[in-house]
Design a protein around this ligand. Structure first.
Ligand SMILES: Nc1ncnc2c1ncn2[C@@H]1O[C@H](COP(=O)(O)OP(=O)(O)OP(=O)(O)O)[C@@H](O)[C@H]1O
Length: 255
């Protein structure tokens, strides 16, 4: 069988006596979009935090392309290709949207935030940054300071910054949360675009069932920190256990 691009084994974290993620084992493959679902408090975000390195597990391990990355810091994991769309905290608020993405592109090329000696390389980096703004439909906001962005545009910028890092594993935690009905489809189309690249592995935490159905190749269900289902969307959604715990309806009443 094809080697998983990302594998978690017996992943566990306890807060006090409570296991927020409990012995979760799961493999993710390139070319596959897995949606992680589960009720509030199921452990989805905690699981993401463990994979991206914001939290250290109490037990278990994380492998990327067969290499154990459990001991790596969050930034080392990002460099290793694990890309997570984050709330915008590391931005330069006085700089424009384009400049912020350009700095991310520059960092990905291993160039620090230095004054440019060569106009040509500067132009190349800026063009690359602009392409990410086009992909996220942010080109009209290119010159705005990041503080002037609407909530929806901030979420798009998170994804533009993620694209700049060129990860091979993409992690999105409710990417359309708080977006208007006009804006959400842009993000979903963008995720569809990323999905076309067979080399990319995508993990998505999502509550909205229409989004889950339209994007998922596979669904993993967490409940009380444990993995309770893992499989093809139709099969998982049809499971009585999933209908009860996730949709909150007895199986016979589910539409
Ligand atoms: N830093 C922490 N300290 C203590 N408990 C925590 C911490 N982080 C998460 N938890 C607990 O772990 C459990 C899982 O939380 P988590 O946020 O991962 O759930 P979730 O599935 O993402 O829920 P939601 O859909 O509401 O975002 C919850 O009981 C939560 O209270």
């Amino acid at each position: 069988m094809e080697q998983a691009s990302l594998r978690i084994e017996d992943l566990t974290i306890r807060f006090g006596g409570h296991a927020a993620v409990n012995m979760v084992t799961c493999a993710f493959r390139a070319g596959e979009l897995t949606v992680v679902v589960g009720p509030n408090g199921a452990g989805k975000t905690t699981c993401f935090n463990l994979i991206s390195g914001q939290l250290r597990p109490s037990g278990g391990r994380i492998l990327k392309n067969g290499q154990d990355i459990t001991a790596l810091s969050a930034s080392a994991r990002a460099k290793a290709g694990i890309g997570r769309a984050f709330q915008l905290t590391n931005l330069f608020p006085k700089l424009s949207v384009l400049e912020n993405v350009r700095l991310a592109v520059q960092a990905q090329h291993g160039i620090g935030p230095v004054i440019f000696r060569r106009a040509r390389s500067f132009t190349r980096l800026r063009d690359e940054a602009y392409a990410h703004l086009e992909a996220t439909r942010l080109q009209e906001a290119a010159k705005l300071p990041v503080t002037a962005l609407t909530h929806g545009d901030q979420r798009k910028l998170e994804i533009a910054l993620l694209l700049a890092l060129k990860p091979d594993i993409f992690m999105f935690d409710e990417p359309t949360a708080g977006m208007s009905v006009d804006e959400a489809p842009v993000i979903l189309e963008l995720i569809e675009e990323i999905k076309k690249d067979a080399g990319k592995t995508i993990l998505l935490v999502e509550h909205k069932m229409d989004v889950v159905r339209s994007l998922a190749d596979r669904i993993v269900v967490l409940h009380n920190g444990e993995l309770v289902a893992d499989g093809k969307p139709d099969d998982v959604i049809a499971l009585p256990l999933v209908r009860e715990i996730y949709l909150g309806v007895p199986a016979e009443d589910a539409a």
